[in-house]
Design a protein around this ligand. Structure first.
Ligand SMILES: Nc1ncnc2c1ncn2[C@@H]1O[C@H](COP(=O)(O)OP(=O)(O)OP(=O)(O)O)[C@@H](O)[C@H]1O
Length: 530
């Protein structure tokens, strides 16, 4: 049977006016472009203005009939003009550093019929963008970051959604985990996407609600580390209104509510890997950004007591944690991600439509197919490292944020099925400072003898005192008490509460210190971001 090719609608070209200047306006459905060019370019101080703008149809936010409810000056007489023959196009204007703004241009037509024709053609072109959301569920954390979530949404985001014809059901959260609980009950079929207005903690809450709900609907037990989780087909968008907003920064390239809103409107889509964390076959949490023990765990724990400081609590706690200079003993085991084509030090950051993610995913799929055909289980060797660590970080994305524009692992990939495991061994305070400072400069932060980085598909960590004593116990407090004397002899500089650090899992503290990034390891492309 011959494939049916639908002919593109005809090219539309007219002379229209913008601010009383004549422009040749062209809609080219074949090349998916709208362009306008000034008919008589004016010379400004010897320079000829190009006066030509081209906008891809995929970047048009909205098209609507211009309604000017006021007085319009025509032939020196003022007359009321509610419906001029004009239409307004809103479109994406790309600024510096990944920032997007919404540009607006009004085209005036000489007659009504021409205006209708243009409106019809542009709306037809927009209707073909079927991946754009029409109905969104929005969760706002009114207490995240500087407590401006509601204001940011109402002033910067809601007007854009409404201009783009997107309906939004808004839930302003009343308590921690409100959004997560709500996601278990809500009728998800009504929505094309979920938007979370807040920081990384709020995103993590929404992510747990959505993944949990999808597994519940598919009767999958997430406590089983080898269970194959169902993918979430509904996208999550983040409007940054938190303290660090590192997931937003790493996926969009900037923490800017308007840019995020415009990405959401266009229906942009970025798959994201999700790691699941278990302790002795009990599910603890999912992670999409940082799983950090030692320095970053301590910074988070310290910052929780100073929430009143707002985003500055991280700087304050970071400084205090740096001065205490604690290190922690334990064993890290991991299996390398052999299918990936990149490496943590190849200087190739992940960008939208990333070639490394695509190729790595393809190779992983082929590898899995091969293993299934041969009924083999991938039992590669585990690498085990025992030692004293200042920090153990597993990152599934770069973890870039305005404080550290390169992030903890600048070349980490969003959707290649791997995580970068960074081990910072016990070192002097000065050396640790040198390593930290490298996160803000262009120099390689892994170029120190006490720093190692691996691209892994899984890892496990057991603190030393868990290995030596009660491995069955899950209560850190009990272990701490039992080992009181031992700890003080082993670790003279530390106080007893610092036997173990705690894990910072995407900005939330885990109750367990012995953990594993589970058997199915990094869940590839489980989540879709917009
Ligand atoms: N209404 C609420 N009252 C109290 N806590 C809430 C409420 N809504 C959400 N939360 C919780 O607040 C925590 C922090 O929120 P959020 O991530 O938005 O801000 P942040 O911590 O300042 O930013 P970041 O996580 O980027 O550092 C989340 O764990 C979330 O579960």
């Amino acid at each position: 049977m011959q494939p049916e090719y639908l002919p593109f609608p005809a090219l539309l070209c007219s002379v229209l006016s913008i601010s009383r200047q004549h422009y040749e306006v062209t809609l080219d459905p074949g090349r998916a472009l709208l362009s306008w060019r000034k008919l008589r370019p004016r010379s400004v101080k010897g320079r000829t203005r190009a006066g030509s703008v081209t906008v891809p149809l995929t970047e048009i936010v909205s098209v609507e009939e211009a309604e000017i409810d006021g007085k319009y000056c025509n032939s020196m007489k003022w007359q009321h003009m509610c419906k001029p023959h004009a239409f307004t196009v809103r479109y994406i204007k790309r600024m510096k550093k990944h920032r997007w703004r919404c540009g607006e241009v009004t085209f005036w037509c000489s007659e009504e019929q021409m205006c209708c024709h243009w409106l019809q053609a542009l709306n037809d072109a927009l209707n073909q963008q079927t991946h754009r959301p029409k109905h969104l569920l929005v969760y706002i954390n009114p207490y995240g970051g500087c407590k401006k979530g509601k204001q940011i949404y109402e002033k910067k985001v809601a007007p854009l959604f409404s201009a783009a014809g997107i309906a939004a059901d808004v839930v302003v959260t009343e308590y921690a985990n409100h959004a997560r609980d709500n996601l278990y009950d809500v009728n998800l079929e009504k929505y094309d996407g979920i938007v979370c207005v807040g920081g990384d903690g709020m995103f993590s809450e929404v992510l747990h609600g959505l993944i949990g709900r999808v597994q519940k609907d598919s009767h999958i037990d997430h406590n089983n580390p080898s269970a194959c989780l169902s993918r979430c087909s509904i996208r999550i968008g983040i409007v940054p209104a938190g303290s660090t907003d590192c997931v937003c920064y790493a996926t969009v390239g900037i923490n800017d509510p308007v840019t995020s809103a415009l990405h959401i409107i266009l229906g942009d889509c970025q798959p994201l890997d999700v790691c699941s964390i278990h302790h002795k076959k009990n599910f603890l949490k999912y992670s999409v950004s940082l799983l950090g023990y030692g320095f970053y765990g301590d910074v988070l724990k310290g910052s929780e007591n100073n929430r009143w400081l707002g985003p500055a609590r991280y700087d304050f706690s970071g400084f205090k944690t740096f001065l205490t200079h604690h290190w922690y003993e334990g064993t890290v085991s991991f299996q390398p991600a052999k299918w990936v084509i990149g490496s943590p030090r190849d200087n190739k950051p992940c960008t939208s439509g990333c070639h490394v993610c695509r190729q790595s995913s393809k190779q992983l799929q082929e590898l899995q197919k091969e293993q299934n055909c041969r009924f083999e289980h991938s039992e590669e060797e585990w690498t085990t490292i025992k030692g004293k660590f200042m920090a153990i970080n597993a990152v599934s994305l770069s973890c870039a944020c305005p404080r550290s524009p390169k992030g903890l692992s600048p070349a980490a990939h969003l959707a290649d099925g791997s995580a970068d495991l960074i081990l910072v061994r016990k070192c002097s305070r000065l050396n640790f400072l040198r390593h930290l400072i490298r996160h803000t400069s262009k120099k390689d932060q892994f170029e120190f003898p006490f720093v190692e980085v691996y691209r892994v598909k899984n890892f496990q960590f057991t603190p030393k005192h868990f290995e030596e004593y009660d491995t069955e116990s899950t209560d850190i407090g009990n272990v701490s008490k039992k080992n009181f004397a031992q700890i003080c002899t082993d670790h003279p500089s530390c106080v007893c509460s610092h036997v173990n650090s705690s894990w910072n899992c995407d900005g939330e503290t885990l109750d367990q210190t012995a953990i594993e990034m589970s058997d199915k390891k990094v869940k590839r492309r489980l989540l879709l971001m917009t």
